[in-house]
Design a protein around this ligand. Structure first.
Ligand SMILES: Nc1ncnc2c1ncn2[C@@H]1O[C@H](COP(=O)(O)OP(=O)(O)OP(=O)(O)O)[C@@H](O)[C@H]1O
Ligand SMILES: [Mg+2]
Length: 238
């Protein structure tokens, strides 16, 4: 985290993510559109871990999709690292998506690829300024799966699959990692190990984490917990 001391008691942190008045509505077949994210403004400092909590349907996944430019907002501004994300298209959009890591509840590994090939999958084929397999192996080692590089996902436990998915999310060295209920399909012990791993990335690499979770214990381990309800942020704890 970049911190600049400007006085005895004041510390300035650099925001990595700045949302202003962000809105997303989904058209419904009958009736008015469903407003999934409603006028959300927030600022996330670089190198911090943020939990996004709130009941089912409150807009957590939609907000993560907007920040990761998986979905397009209907209004407002999303600034990530000084880049306006709304309105990106074509190659700029593809390049932005590659710079953000995304981890899903259901892992979303490609079933016919080995763990190693899954980790390498997001790399652009023609980029050859580093050894792709070596970097993927390093990441697998970092998540404790050095010896399972050749395994297909079907041969891995849920926790191991999620660790492969985290390694895949890190292959392009993202400053921002978005995780949508990354422990939602795991038992609590395995889930704790996954959160340990995510928080280690914050501590050791300064990765900024935004993690949707229903688990208050996980939220308490983050630097800040934000709560959503009916598409709005209802609490800012700091
Ligand atoms: N593609 C879509 N089309 C229509 N409505 C959608 C779509 N995606 C989400 N919604 C609606 O937007 C609202 C917010 O959904 P979202 O998935 O963001 O909630 P969530 O907080 O992630 O819930 P959960 O905790 O169950 O994952 C819900 O009412 C949902 O039904
Ligand atoms: Mg969700």
């Amino acid at each position: 985290m970049e911190r600049t001391s400007v006085g005895a008691s004041t510390t300035v942190t650099t925001p990595l993510v700045c949302l202003t008045g962000v809105r997303k509505a989904f058209p419904l077949p009958d009736g008015p559109p469903l407003v999934a994210v409603n006028d959300v403004s927030l600022s996330i400092d670089a190198g911090t871990a943020i939990a996004l909590t709130g009941p089912s349907g409150s807009g957590k996944s939609t907000l993560l999709h907007l920040i990761g430019a998986i979905e397009r907002s209907d209004g407002g501004s999303i600034d990530v690292g000084g880049q306006e994300v709304t309105g990106l298209s074509g190659r700029a959009l593809a390049a932005y998506r590659r710079r953000v890591g995304f981890v899903f509840q259901r892992f979303h590994l490609l079933p016919t690829l080995t763990a190693l090939d899954n980790v390498m999958a997001p790399l652009i084929p023609f980029r050859t300024d580093f050894d792709k397999a070596a970097r993927a192996r390093e990441l697998l080692a970092m998540v404790g799966l050095a010896d399972r590089a050749a395994a297909l996902p079907s041969r891995l436990s849920g926790g191991q699959q999620q660790r492969v998915a985290i390694a895949r999310a890190l292959i392009n060295q993202p400053a921002l990692l978005l995780a949508d209920e990354p422990t939602g399909n795991l038992d609590s012990q395995t889930g704790t190990a996954i959160v340990d791993l995510l928080l280690r990335l914050r501590d050791e690499q300064g990765t900024t984490l935004v993690m949707a979770t229903h688990d208050n214990g996980i939220a308490a381990r983050c630097d800040r917990a934000l709560q959503m309800r009916d598409g709005r942020l209802t609490s800012l704890d700091s």
